[in-house]
Design a protein around this ligand. Structure first.
Ligand code: FAD
Length: 464
């Protein structure tokens, strides 16, 4: 029987990053993973395959929409679905193999199989019990279910995000239940591939929790791209018949019952923590009301020596949040000072245009009672954005009116997911809008729009 300093359960972005950092800090580490490949939800059925599909479908959209405008003429580009799925699988494969390489390089043992925790310091995989000084639960999450809706990924008619990344064919029509990040990203993919996509959402706005102005602009842009939206609608059931589905929903405004038919229904109503089979109940690890593992400020659960991170614990269900927690908890276990600044965790939607945000929304900043200043700059005033047909959208900077300190930023536009990090760094350093406004930004870049939004917080933007 081997004895470890740390056994990590789950090799998603939380778990594998934790294992690598702990090994770098000199600990003897093993990581248990039940899947055939490393990388968790993110690399196998989440961030990476969805971005591959977004990229491929964006390229197709460019050939149809914008190539001719640039004088690029030629035969109409057609989709070879099997090849596109092959490109996605290859992208996933190179990334999951990359984690295997990193495990070998850092001398981390991959214990293959599903783990349960027999007691603090004892992890069982198959018939073997491994001893360890510390355990990190990084078991991630799975799609939430919806009452009255049965998901059957293999059937390809009513699917969750995993099934939507592996459909047998491009459907002619698709209903997406839930207007959150995953639903809108995958809905965009299929809309660009030619499906008629209708998004049905319970709330009255898309992307709940986002800045209100961004929500409205985003919905307008997606509508222009052909997505239809039914908001304020509670789905009560999905019936399937001979390869098609009928979605029944009730409109909240007048209680009227409606139905909509589609070849495919994507259920994208969120995700829930996955802790089944770990034996947490017997061990005495406390969970929150919503089933997340309860942790203290150092990611320790209610049982000493057992920690938890990532989607299995409360907070935004994002790969980079899981990674940050993975690094931090490894440092705590190694006797160092692990730290995650939860106030500066960016969120990105990888549609075209991208949507990115960090920190407080205008609404949330005002709720804190402070005086708030907003600096806004439209991409219509940015030469680079217009050159790539992406003049829709804006940068919105939220600033404390008394101190000029940056409180948040919301961007809808080209490269938003990259540009947001300038603001993350600014917020980490406690920068003011003036600090950003005084920083020289290269021309022509879309980042100039961030500087212009900062200028708009002072004497005014130039290109408006
Ligand atoms: P996971 O990645 O879920 O990994 C947990 C792993 O633990 C799994 O591989 C599981 O098999 C394993 N496991 C569980 N229990 C056991 C056990 N008992 N024994 C052994 N192994 C076990 N986030 C972003 O930040 N950016 C994105 O663009 C993005 N896109 C997404 C797109 C989709 C379609 C989906 C579904 C998710 C997306 N996410 C994205 C969310 C992101 O995937 C998760 O936040 C992230 O994977 C969480 O990491 P984790 O390490 O906590 O858990």
């Amino acid at each position: 029987m081997s004895t470890y300093d740390l056994i990590v359960i789950g090799a998603g972005p939380g778990g594998y990053v934790c294992a690598i950092r702990a090994a770098q800090l000199g600990l003897k580490v093993a990581c248990v993973e039940g899947r055939e490949t490393l990388g968790g939800t993110c690399l196998n059925v989440g961030c990476i395959p969805s971005k591959a599909m977004l990229h491929a479908s964006h390229m197709l959209h460019e050939t149809h929409e914008n190539f001719e405008k640039m004088g690029l003429m030629g035969a109409h580009v057609e989709v070879d679905w099997a090849k596109m799925l092959g490109y996605k699988a290859e992208t996933v494969g190179t990334n999951t193999k990359g984690i295997e390489f990193l495990f070998k390089k850092n001398k981390i043992d991959w214990l293959k199989g599903w783990a349960s925790i027999e007691a603090a310091g004892k992890v069982k995989v198959g018939e073997t019990v491994y001893e360890t000084k510390n355990i990190v639960i990084a078991s991630g999450s799975v799609p939430s279910s919806l009452k009255g809706v049965e998901v059957d990924n293999a059937g390809g008619v009513v699917v969750d995000s995993t099934g939507a990344l592996e459909l047998p064919k491009i459907p002619k029509s698709m209903v997406v239940i839930g207007a959150g990040v995953i639903g809108l990203e995958l809905g965009s993919v299929y809309a660009r591939l030619g499906a008629e996509v209708t998004v049905v959402e319970y709330l009255d706005a898309i992307t709940p929790g986002m800045d209100g102005e961004v929500q409205k602009q985003f919905q307008k842009i997606l509508t222009k791209q052909g997505l239809k939206f039914v908001l304020g609608a509670a789905v009560s059931g999905v019936a399937t018949d001979n390869g098609t589905a009928k979605v029944t929903y009730k409109l909240r405004k007048d209680d009227s019952e409606q139905t909509i038919e589609a070849e495919t229904v994507l259920v994208a109503t969120g995700r829930r923590p996955f802790v089944e089979g770990l034996g947490l109940d017997k061990l005495g690890v406390e969970l929150t009301e919503r089933g997340f593992v309860k942790i203290d400020d150092h990611w320790q659960t209610s049982v000493k020596g057992v920690y938890a991170i990532g989607d299995a614990v409360p907070g935004p269900m994002l790969a980079h949040k899981a990674e940050d927690e993975g690094m931090a908890v490894a440092e705590v276990i190694a006797g160092k000072h692990g730290h995650v600044n939860y106030a500066v965790i960016p969120g990105v939607i990888y549609t075209t245009p991208e949507v990115a945000s960090v920190g407080l929304t205008e609404e949330a900043a005002k709720e804190t009672g402070r005086k708030v200043k907003v600096g806004k700059f439209p991409f219509l005033g940015n030469a680079r954005a217009k050159a790539v047909f992406q003049g829709d959208g804006f940068v919105k900077l939220i600033v404390d009116a008394d101190t000029d300190r940056v409180l948040g930023c919301h961007i809808i536009g080209p490269n938003a997911g990259e540009m947001i990090h300038e603001i993350c760094v600014a917020m980490e350093f406690g920068a003011s809008a003036q600090d950003i406004a005084l920083t020289c930004h290269a021309h022509p870049t879309t980042s100039e729009a961030v500087r212009e939004a900062a200028l708009a917080c002072g004497d005014g933007a130039i290109h408006v």
